[in-house]
Design a protein around this ligand. Structure first.
Ligand SMILES: Cc1cc2nc3c(=O)[nH]c(=O)nc-3n(C[C@H](O)[C@H](O)[C@H](O)COP(=O)(O)O)c2cc1C
Length: 175
């Protein structure tokens, strides 16, 4: 079985809603076990067991949230236990071009420090992972349930792609 961990921080539920969409996409690959967890409930053992780790953050002042920064800081580093795991990211941000890509790249940079292999979205419209705008027209939401289908689809496609690649690598390793 291939293990895909989706770990996120969400204050008002938007990033959590995206995380659910990513999870749905990952589950669509046969033989994939998905763990969907807020970062404050994610244990080191969850990281170690995962073949792929997908991290989601809200944009906070054009940065990852403090919780996400703390999460990366807590990752095991000695002897490179996360090396060659698949890594991918998603974000939600209020504004159009108000930090989404910076935050995606910031998380990717952290993952690269741990030797992870980064996977982006399936096409040029989401090269760095999935993202959603939540606070500016025409995408303004009053509740996470209003997140645009267009963004949820991006999350779904990212989860699907990561699970597919992680699963293909795992089955090659077995043979
Ligand atoms: C403290 C704080 C700072 C924020 N800074 C930004 C920002 O710089 N750029 C942006 O696009 N959105 C910003 N936002 C909006 C959030 O990124 C957006 O509402 C996001 O969808 C929240 O996700 P959540 O519901 O998972 O917490 C900020 C929100 C908060 C609470």
């Amino acid at each position: 079985q291939t293990n895909v961990l989706i770990a996120y921080h969400s204050e008002s539920g938007n990033t959590e809603r995206m995380a659910e969409a990513v999870a749905e996409g990952a589950r669509s690959i046969e033989g994939v076990n998905v763990m969907l967890l807020p970062v404050n409930q994610t244990q080191e053992s969850d990281l170690l067991q995962a073949d792929a780790i997908i991290v989601g953050s809200p944009v906070h002042n054009a940065n990852v949230s403090t919780e996400i920064q703390q999460f990366f800081t807590s990752w095991p580093f000695e002897n490179e236990p996360l090396k060659n795991k698949i890594g991918a990211v998603f974000v939600t941000g209020g504004g159009i071009s108000a930090g989404e890509e910076i935050v995606q790249m910031n998380m990717i940079q952290s993952m690269l420090v741990f030797g992870m292999i980064i996977v982006g979205g399936p096409d040029w419209t989401q090269p760095f992972g999935a993202s959603a705008i939540t606070g500016e027209d025409p995408f303004q939401v009053n509740s996470p349930n209003e997140l645009s289908e267009q963004f949820l689809e991006k999350g779904n496609l990212l989860g699907h792609r990561v699970a597919q690649i992680a699963s293909a690598i795992k089955s090659k390793e077995k043979n």
